[in-house]
Structures are given as structure tokens and as C-alpha cells.
Design a protein around this ligand. Structure first.
Ligand code: ZN
Ligand code: FE
Length: 254
């Protein structure tokens, strides 16, 4: 049982969250797309940067790595091997030992082929794979790969907190309601999350249990979702992988 660290979102660009894990004066950042707000936060909180964790190669997740390495010499950077600046390449099953916690690496391809997630006891940093009420676009992988990655995440304990890298929840909820208008959890979540955004607060972290109950991309085995997808795409009922692919395509047009 590891002591629980605190997690704070540092905002970057329009809707990115750079999650900062901290315990005492030690900090670890996930996906620093921009070094400036990270260094500002570390300075303000008088923290020492101990490591960087990267989920995938996109610039909005990695753009601050070089500058942070300059400010913090010998900084370990964990991530997929193809990303420049990575000092500790990770893959499925890699264990990362930080001063205050341990993480397990899960490969979750789909958004990109190199995408990984970091699982701490009861917390998952999942980059652009799973979002609040949605999932990432499938840029490099196949819909089947993305579905398999989401299924893998779905196997974690339901109480796991979910820390995606973007604040996309409200737009995702609008789509989710179009797919599954009668899901009572969606109505409750929408009003709660709208109130949070009106106060300029993050809708994240979420929990896996909430995602399982309201995120259509984790619910492609449900008849309600399969029927809605079949109706929208004017295709007969098909298997879960096809349902997922059609659902993702529908979201892209939404
Ligand atoms: Zn991305
Ligand atoms: Fe991103």
C-alpha cells in the first residue's frame, strides 16, 4: 500500500492538463507539453522535479521536455522509446519506482501506436486514450486496437481515478447524450460537469466506475449503444469491434 500523493492539473494551451504528482517537495509531471506553466507551478509550490512521464509522442504532450531537462539536469524521462529526450524507455509491464510511489506501464495503442498509460494504485494517467465521457481519435492504430486498449483499462479496479490529458468532457457528454439519451447517469454527470466548468474547475479526474456507466466508448457491448450506432450508420447490427469503429466515426462527424 503506497502513501497517496496529491495530483494537481497545470493547464497548458487551450485544454491540456499537465498532471503534477507531488509528495512533500518531490514532484513528477505527466506529459509536459509546455515547460513554462510547469516551472511556474514548481517554483510557486517550491517543488523539486524528480521525473517526467510521457504517454505518447504528440507535441502537446512532449513539447516542454527539452526545456525541463535544461532546468533540471539529469532528469529521468520515462516514455516510449521513440520519443526524443526519453532516458528510460518503457513498455508493457515496466515498473517505475519514484521516490513516493510505483507505477506500472500499460501499452494502450490506438490514438498513436506508441501510446502508454501509467497505473498507480488507484490512479491512471491515460494521456489521449480515455477522456472524460470519450476517447481519443484513432490516428495511428486501428479501431480494434483502441477498443482493446479501452477494454484493458476497463479491467482495472472500478474505483481507479482517471486522469486524461485534455478537458474535453462537456463536448464528449453532448455526444454521449446523442447516443444514449436515456442513460440516467449521463444526465447527472452533465449537470455536475457543466456546473464545474461554469466555475472554471476541471471535470477531472473521473473514476473508472463513472466512465463505465456513462462513456459510450466503454459501453459498446450494451444493446442501447449498438442499436443507436446501427440506426445512425444505417447498418444492421454488427459485432462490438464494428460498433466501436462506427461509433468513433460518428463522433468525428458530430
Ligand atoms: Zn495526442
Ligand atoms: Fe493531446
Amino acid at each position: 500500500m503506497q502513501a497517496m500523493f496529491t495530483v494537481t492539473p497545470v493547464r497548458a494551451f487551450t485544454d491540456n492538463y499537465i498532471w503534477v504528482l507531488q509528495d512533500g517537495d518531490a514532484a513528477v509531471v505527466v506529459d509536459p507539453g509546455d515547460a513554462t506553466p510547469v516551472n511556474h507551478f514548481l517554483h510557486q509550490q517550491q517543488l523539486r522535479l524528480e521525473a517526467i512521464l510521457l504517454t505518447h509522442h504528440h507535441a502537446d504532450h512532449t513539447g516542454g521536455v527539452a526545456a525541463l531537462q535544461q532546468t533540471w539536469p539529469n532528469l529521468p524521462v520515462y516514455g516510449p522509446a521513440n520519443i526524443s529526450g526519453v532516458t528510460h524507455a518503457v513498455q508493457e509491464g515496466s515498473q517505475i519506482t519514484l521516490s513516493f510511489a510505483q507505477a506500472l506501464v500499460m501499452e494502450v495503442p490506438g490514438h498513436t501506436l506508441d501510446h502508454v498509460a501509467y497505473y498507480f494504485e488507484k490512479a491512471l494517467f491515460c494521456g489521449d486514450t480515455l477522456f472524460g465521457a470519450g476517447c481519443g481519435r484513432v490516428f495511428e492504430g486501428t479501431p480494434q486496437q483502441m477498443l482493446a486498449s479501452l477494454k484493458k483499462i476497463s479491467q482495472l479496479p472500478a474505483s481507479t481515478k482517471i486522469y486524461p490529458a485534455h478537458e474535453y468532457t462537456l463536448a464528449n457528454l453532448r455526444f454521449a447524450l446523442a447516443v444514449e439519451a436515456n442513460n440516467p447517469v449521463l444526465a447527472i454527470r452533465s449537470s455536475r460537469d457543466q456546473a464545474l466548468r461554469e466555475r472554471d474547475q476541471a471535470t477531472l479526474p473521473s473514476t473508472l466506475s463513472l466512465e463505465l456507466a456513462s462513456n459510450p466508448f466503454l459501453r459498446t457491448a450494451q444493446t442501447s449503444i449498438q442499436q443507436a450506432v446501427a440506426q445512425y450508420s444505417e447498418q444492421p447490427f454488427s459485432d462490438e469491434a464494428t460498433t466501436f469503429a462506427l461509433l468513433r466515426a460518428w463522433k468525428n462527424q458530430f
